[in-house]
Design a protein around this ligand. Structure first.
Ligand code: F6R
Ligand code: MG
Ligand code: MG
Length: 366
């Protein structure tokens, strides 16, 4: 059976500030998707949230970029925004950039990752959802999962993965995509995706048969609005087992809390901390950046789950490490590399400061 898993997300208002989700918004999203399920528009749904981001996980048979599914999500986000405005939640409707829906969520503000797949005899998938970071945060774990045998021994010892994987990389500045094949083009791939604010992995395919293995959201709110209006708190869908990396190989890539862009005012580097659903509540310095992992078994499109995969004790050490790094990075205060490069910052006063100081800058002697 061909099924599409759509994960559609937006920040429609924070509680309190940018830290958490008000239960009323979750309730409204559930009610709306429940109605769509009863109507037969979708097969199943699950409403998740990470920090101030609402994530609608929907299964259906309408394929990727379906106007009907995108409109459904848009309407849910609008309904939640209305409630957020009534409660005066913070930044109500902040990710909805337009008033009129035009057939597709592209360029409208919400982010999404969609995967159409032929459901296998057993189809385990993991949906990762993050807050206080951007889609470039997936580059390092995706490389580890699908191209690094020190993370994924299956690449070496499982014949069905031994040919490697193909990465689709998007240049979000020039809006172009390229396919790179691993292991043979690993070094070319790394030179691109190491620059994770510009080159982002959008999809991963198994080389032997072209089967889809992972899909990430790569919308960049800042560029879409023509100015920097926010990090995009990305989502990622990964297929697991039987010819794809095992659940544990996929999770292993998050055992290292690598530095990602985002955090306070979308202008700082900080560690990506894997947490249980109930701990996806950024607090210290609006962070540190969080990621949750929802595991499901698909069964004729039904979402059997979720299992809260980062809740497990085996990630305790990663969390402690992330908190140590949080402390260490914070001590840099307003200095790089805690603070981002000038061109990546969401907030800056530099033009005003330069204007004010203009005449005080004299030519420096050679
Ligand atoms: C980061 C984020 C927050 C805000 C910060 C200031 O992605 O959402 O760190 O940038 O709380 O928010 P404003 O400018 O809305 O007061
Ligand atoms: Mg927010
Ligand atoms: Mg957010």
């Amino acid at each position: 059976m061909r099924v599409t898993v759509s994960v559609l997300k937006a920040d429609v208002g924070g509680f309190v500030g940018h830290s958490n989700m008000h239960p009323r918004l979750v309730e409204i999203a559930r009610e709306s998707l429940d109605a769509a399920k009863i109507d037969g528009k979708i097969i199943d749904y699950y409403v998740a949230y990470c920090g101030d981001d609402l994530n609608l996980i929907v299964t259906h048979t309408k394929g990727e970029d379906s106007p009907e599914i995108h409109k459904l999500a848009w309407d849910v986000f609008l309904r939640c925004t209305e409630a957020a405005k009534k409660l005066k939640l913070y930044g109500a409707g902040q990710d909805l950039l337009s008033d009129a829906f035009s057939g597709n969520l592209k360029g409208m503000g919400p982010g999404y990752a969609e995967m159409e797949l032929e459901e296998r005899k057993s189809e385990p998938i993991i949906i990762f959802m993050a807050d206080k970071t951007s889609p470039g945060a997936w580059n390092l774990p995706l490389y580890k999962i699908f191209a690094d045998p020190f993370n994924t021994p299956g690449l070496v010892i499982d014949p069905s993965m031994h040919d490697g994987f193909v990465f689709e990389v998007m240049d979000v500045v020039d809006n172009k995509v390229a396919l790179l094949s691993t292991p043979e083009e690993s070094y070319d791939l790394l030179v691109l995706i190491g620059a994770s604010s510009r080159y982002m992995v959008r999809s991963v395919y198994r080389k032997s048969d072209g089967a889809i293995a992972a899909k990430a959201s790569v919308q960049r709110l800042n560029f879409m609005a023509g100015r920097y209006v926010g990090k995009d708190d990305p989502v990622l869908v990964v297929r697991c087992q039987s010819g794809f990396p095992a659940v544990g190989e996929v999770l292993e890539a998050f055992a290292f809390p690598h530095l990602v862009e985002g955090w306070m005012r979308g202008s700082h580097n900080g560690p990506l901390m894997p947490v249980a659903f109930e701990d996806a509540t950024p607090a210290r310095f609006d962070g540190p950046p969080r990621v949750i992992a929802a595991g499901f078994q698909l069964s004729d499109g039904q979402l059997i789950g979720p299992v809260d995969l980062f809740r497990d004790r085996s990630f305790d050490y990663t969390r402690v490490k992330a908190l140590e790094i949080t402390d260490y990075m914070r001590r840099h205060g307003p200095f790089e590399p805690h603070r981002l490069h000038l061109e990546e910052m969401e907030y800056t006063t530099l033009p005003d400061v330069l204007k004010k100081l203009g005449s005080r800058f004299k030519d420096a002697e050679d």
